[in-house]
Design a protein around this ligand. Structure first.
Ligand code: ADP
Length: 259
């Protein structure tokens, strides 16, 4: 009887090992295909603007003597716009790399939230030519412990997304209030919102809500970078859909500056 039991136990152990081996090779296959997909996506995001730039530059060169001023302006405008996009993408990739290697060290200081919100809004100004902006910061908010440079980047990313994903003419609302020992800040829009199954995944690198947003000028890095920055400052950032209507809401919590 003892031998039979020992045999059975040995068999069971073999099975577990086999299952583990299969799981390991499945995971490394997954990692490999993820890496390949990331590379494809990065090279696509780099090459698309580059080929537009090269196309416009070569048209400028070959058509130079026949072009009127306004067509020339259009070509130059395209080159600058696509150059900006490349620049943004590379800056995002660098931020992501710095985050992942732990090289982001936030310089936390007691900050007046309305100053940072103000500067993010000024930077995102062009968005609000097309949208209605509503800002509601609770009066006399206490100081918040944050890195103003990183936090402005986070707010800019959220405002930029609201501008991209919500139709012109709709309202974008920024609100902040004190809740217990925290500051809660929200950015809300009246776009299509986010499918419930994607509310967490949009914080993954390069994840974008299906075909819907692939054509958009974004990089798929804004939200993961924002989350990395906010968490480095001791806060949280999550996505929801607005209750009672369409649109997305992003909620940030931050610790209050303690005296
Ligand atoms: P990007 O905007 O460059 O694609 P992000 O990381 O900022 O990258 O966002 C990831 C994805 O999350 C977007 O591609 C879009 O699908 C979705 N998303 C982000 N913000 C919004 C929003 N305000 N409304 C609807 N979808 C959004």
């Amino acid at each position: 009887l003892f031998d039979a039991l020992a045999d059975q136990a040995a068999l069971a152990i073999e099975r577990v090992k086999l299952a583990e081996d299969i799981e390991k090779s499945r995971l490394s296959e997954q990692a490999e295909s993820l890496r390949a997909a990331l590379l494809t996506s990065i090279s696509h995001d780099l090459r698309t603007p580059l080929s537009v730039i090269l196309g416009a530059a070569s048209s400028l060169k070959s058509l130079d003597s026949t072009l009127d001023a306004s067509s020339r302006e259009t070509f130059v405008g395209t080159i600058m716009e696509e150059g900006e996009r490349l620049n943004r993408f590379i800056a995002n990739l660098l931020d992501m790399t710095r985050l992942e290697s732990g090289a982001i060290a936030p310089k936390l200081e007691a900050t007046d939230l309305s100053d940072v919100v103000g500067s993010a809004l000024r930077r995102a100004g062009r968005i609000f030519q097309d949208h209605k902006l509503v800002v509601a910061l609770e009066p006399n908010l206490p100081l918040v412990k944050l890195d103003p440079v990183l936090f402005e980047q986070v707010l800019f990313n959220l405002l930029d997304n609201a501008g991209k994903y919500a139709p012109a003419g709709t309202e974008i609302a920024v609100a902040a209030s004190r809740v217990g020992g925290q500051i809660v800040l929200t950015v809300e829009d009246h776009g299509n919102g986010i499918p419930p199954g994607d509310l967490e995944r949009i914080f993954d690198k390069f994840y974008r809500v299906e075909a819907r947003d692939r054509q958009n000028a974004g990089t798929g890095l804004g939200l993961p970078i924002s989350r990395g920055f906010v968490e480095a400052m001791g806060g949280t950032i999550t996505a929801q859909n607005r209750e009672g209507g369409t649109g997305a809401r992003f909620t940030i919590t931050l610790p209050l500056e303690v005296a």
